[in-house]
Design a protein around this ligand. Sequence first.
Ligand code: AMP
Length: 548
Amino acid sequence: MLGLMQNWPLTVDKILDHAKEWHGGREVVSRSVEGPIVRTTYGQIHERAKRLSNALKGLGVQPGDRVATLAWNTGRHIEAWYGIMGIGAVCHTLNPRLFAEQLVYIVNHAEDKVIFSDLTFLPVLAELLPKMPSVQHVIVMSDDEHLKGCPIPGALSFEALVSQHSADCVWGGFDENTAAGLCYTSGTTGNPKGVLYSHRSNFLHTLVTMGVDVLGISAKDTVLPVVPMFHANAWGLALSGPASGAKLVMPGQKLDGASVHELLESEQVTFSAAVPTVWQMLLTHLRETNGKLTSLKRVVIGGSAVPEAIVRGFRDEFGVDVTHAWGMTETSPLGTQATPNAAIAAMSDEDQLRYKLKQGRPPVTIQLALQDDAGADLPHDGTTFGKLKVKGPFVVGEYFRGDGGAILDENGFFDTGDVATLDEHGFMQITDRAKDVIKSGGEWISSIEIENIAAGHPKAALAAVIGVYHPKWDERPLLLVRLKDGQEGTKEEFLAFLEGKIAKWWTPDDVVFVDDIPLGATGKIDKKLIRDRMKDYVLPTAQVREKA
Ligand code: AMP
């Protein structure tokens, strides 16, 4: 027997309809790519997005066509998202930090028909366009004035299109399983693969992440999504912001400590989200300038493991609560968040911190499994490492165009490629990427854990740990440290700093001071490149044995 409730397809255009209807005057403030702060509202964004929809239809965009964006977080980018998705086209967010050849590969693989681009990226795009035969139109996210001297012949201006088209456009009306968004994974091995979100998966991700134990933003909040819309959908904030009626503050291209701080204060932001490197830059700026945070209450940090020093810094110096989140492009992205449950909330601040540094627990709809290589379930004892698998209505089922083949196991779980533990409170902790875990004498060493502790050394700007060949143990850890400007350090002081904080046999066999620790396109330490750079390096412990 079927239920008798209304059939109301979960399509994301309804989110902006809601924002317009009930929070129409709520502001969206952007640091525009042209420079000035631009103020608009959900009501205006709704109208302009509809005008864009008509413009896209006028350019021949049909349901299912891919329309890409190469853009920072701004109000215009939100208008492009809804304008594209509302008519059943697929919004393909391009990560401008990718290498040129990866961008070309991705655009060709997706067969993007139209690209929205910020002014910033026009020179690169102009060079690459001849290699992107599917692209018929480029829409520059600015006005006619700024299009003067544009290196792309025939490029259209966003503002001209908005003013030339009417807002009379019907959105939605299609199945909720219709594709809405496309985002390629950073592709640390092989070619990047496309994750094709549906309206339903985006809608459910929005509802779930609005919960108080997840992002928990409300109509009273002012939200600054530093995390880019081109990387894992800004953790859904361009959907959950309008859904909740929160004010949005969009930082554009300026993500340095001073610029973020300026917006946090001038717009009285209460909630923000970003990867650890952004928060580290902010903390450094605040300390150097004796800056204050007068309105910020909560920040969510994810994308890579949050170092303890950041959580303590925010808590003790600025009274800001940090919650740690884990997710991936393949999980829309939010999968777990380290919000205390009742038992953890009753603990002392110091005991709670141990849990806050974990990646956290899944909200309803996300199922997690911890398994060994043979697929057997492992105990949730907080110490046993295993493969982390995930299942749920906003988790990838297969990659775009079937790349990578069947990616779910026989129970429908997706292997995240992360190695993790689960504890008695259901808190998950990532110990490594499967390919970065260091295999020493048949046991596993977590590179992430060592580098997070080492990064907390007062002289360290950044730390990375990789496994290096060892004749006896297969692999041993090597610690690479980039020192803060003007600092000098020794191997001995870094090893002494680790002593007592990690198992003795996890102690790196050597410490190397480097000028650069490379970060990949999504802000994570690029271990593949580091391994490549260090391929001729031989551990001192290995040399001794070989001589003997
Ligand atoms: P991406 O799809 O680019 O967002 O990358 C997803 C991967 O980033 C995950 O599979 C993890 O390896 C890593 N990651 C995301 N969040 C965290 C976190 N809080 N701690 C450690 N690793 C994380």
